[in-house]
Design a protein around this ligand. Structure first.
Ligand code: 7TS
Length: 412
């Protein structure tokens, strides 16, 4: 494994070379969305400049080129996930759409009154609200796994997976606590009990190597924009044995075989799910992002983020009044650190940090049940990626200290 060089990587990201409020930008909001390297922007630009056409319908040369590029992107995603078949890779708008498709298709077909759906209190709203709606519609019960010492209560997870459980749907990595859930064990156990496992991989796919066959997960959802790709493109992976039985969620052009006035037959997988003109440029951008990340290597990416967290965590812990959420052990944290500064509203801190060029997020992070269980209304979050450096960490700490000084004593 070669060591990642964030200074070299940073050169590929023009956006990071700008000043914000007269200070060089330190971008630490990567869990919300990542920046895009020149290689991804060029792939999108080349597509629009040279190959732009609609896919799957034209006979002309550009239509053929666009179709080949779009389907090649699907094959690249298949390899990236180690899925068995390209039929298992559906392009969506992002994690939210992917999870909604699982709920609206698989959920509505297979979940009935009396069934249980198991999620956790640390889920993003995208992995809560669709299940709430399904529970209301079907009479199924929505069950939650709680936290213990800042991470998933594993004993409770095993207790709550029973023969009544139809679906277990969990985040791989929490977008607030940054903890990695030990989903491997839970997937096997869910299968023993006859449940289907859905993995929200929005915060893990950009940072660690995933293998859907090794995981044996039934469905997996992620977004391109959190892994250097454009917004508006994401993936739903599903095992063929489920997707084959499932009905499409959206209907219209592209997904049909034959249409009469009364009825229609649908294309085979994966196209039966992809109604309408897809995000062709997004898929091509996502393939370029995958190549870029694979060029660096996921072992190096993980090691780099671990190094940054181990560097900054103790420095944050030393700041008086700063409380880090999640487990106390630094090794349990990935590149997402959430915290509060006692007595100062997170939005005020985030504004003060922005004045110093440091971009962090403050709020409920679309995880209100989690924020409630932390007894907070809002938290600050710094999230790291491949282009962040130790200097970025130092700047974060310095800017928090300056903000604290300002709000405590009115001076910077
Ligand atoms: N699941 C998790 C774990 C997430 O972190 C997010 C986005 C989503 C689902 C939804 O992804 P989308 O691409 O469909 O929006 N999380 C965040 C965040 O933490 N800050 O902004 C978006």
């Amino acid at each position: 494994m070669s060591k990642l060089n964030p200074y070299e990587i940073k050169k590929d990201f023009k956006i990071l070379q700008q000043k914000v409020n007269d200070e060089l930008l330190v971008y630490l909001d990567n869990a919300a969305t990542t920046q895009k390297p020149q290689q991804v922007l060029e792939a999108v630009r080349n597509y629009y400049e040279q190959d732009n056409a609609n896919v799957h319908r034209g006979i002309h040369t550009l239509a053929e080129k666009a179709t080949v590029a779009y389907e090649k992107a699907r094959e690249d995603v298949r390899k990236f996930l180690n899925a068995e078949n390209v039929a298992e890779v559906l392009f969506t708008r992002g994690t939210t759409t992917s999870l909604n498709w699982v709920v609206q298709s698989f959920g509505e077909m297979f979940v009935t009154k009396g069934d249980e759906i198991l999620i956790s209190v640390m889920e993003h709203h995208a992995n809560i609200l669709p299940w709430q709606q399904l529970a209301k519609k079907t009479g199924a019960t929505l069950e939650y796994i709680e936290l213990k010492n800042g991470e998933l209560d594993l004993d409770m997870a095993f207790e709550k997976i029973t023969s009544r459980t139809k679906i277990v749907s969990l985040a791989h990595v929490s977008n607030v606590l940054g903890v990695v859930n030990p989903v491997e064990k839970l997937i096997d156990y869910a299968h023993e009990k006859g449940a289907v496992f859905v993995l929200d991989a929005a915060q893990s796919t950009p940072h660690r190597k995933l293998d859907v066959r090794k995981l044996d997960v039934d469905f997996l959802a992620f977004s391109g924009h959190k892994m250097l790709a454009p917004t508006g493109i994401g993936v739903l992976y599903g095992k063929c044995k489920w997707l084959d039985q499932m009905k499409p969620v959206e209907f219209g052009g592209e997904m049909i075989d034959f249409v009469t006035r009364e009825d229609a037959t649908f294309k085979e997988l994966p196209w039966k799910f992809e109604a309408g003109t897809p995000n062709i440029a997004g898929a091509i951008g996502m393939a370029a992002a995958i190549h870029y990340l694979q060029g660096i290597g996921f072992d190096s990416i993980e090691a780099h983020e671990k190094e940054l967290v181990e560097y900054v965590f103790p420095k944050l812990q030393e700041i008086g009044g700063l409380v880090i959420h999640g487990p106390e052990e630094v090794e349990k944290h990935t590149g997402v650190i959430s915290f509060n500064l006692k007595g100062i509203h997170p939005h005020d801190v985030a504004t003060a940090l922005d004045m110093q060029g440091v971009a962090v997020r403050a709020g409920n992070h679309c995880a209100q049940p989690l924020i409630q269980s932390l007894n907070e209304v809002s938290v600050l979050r710094a999230s790291f990626y491949i282009y962040n450096t130790r200097e970025d960490c130092d700047k974060l700490v310095e800017s928090i200290l300056a903000a604290k000084e300002f709000f405590d004593h009115g001076v910077v």
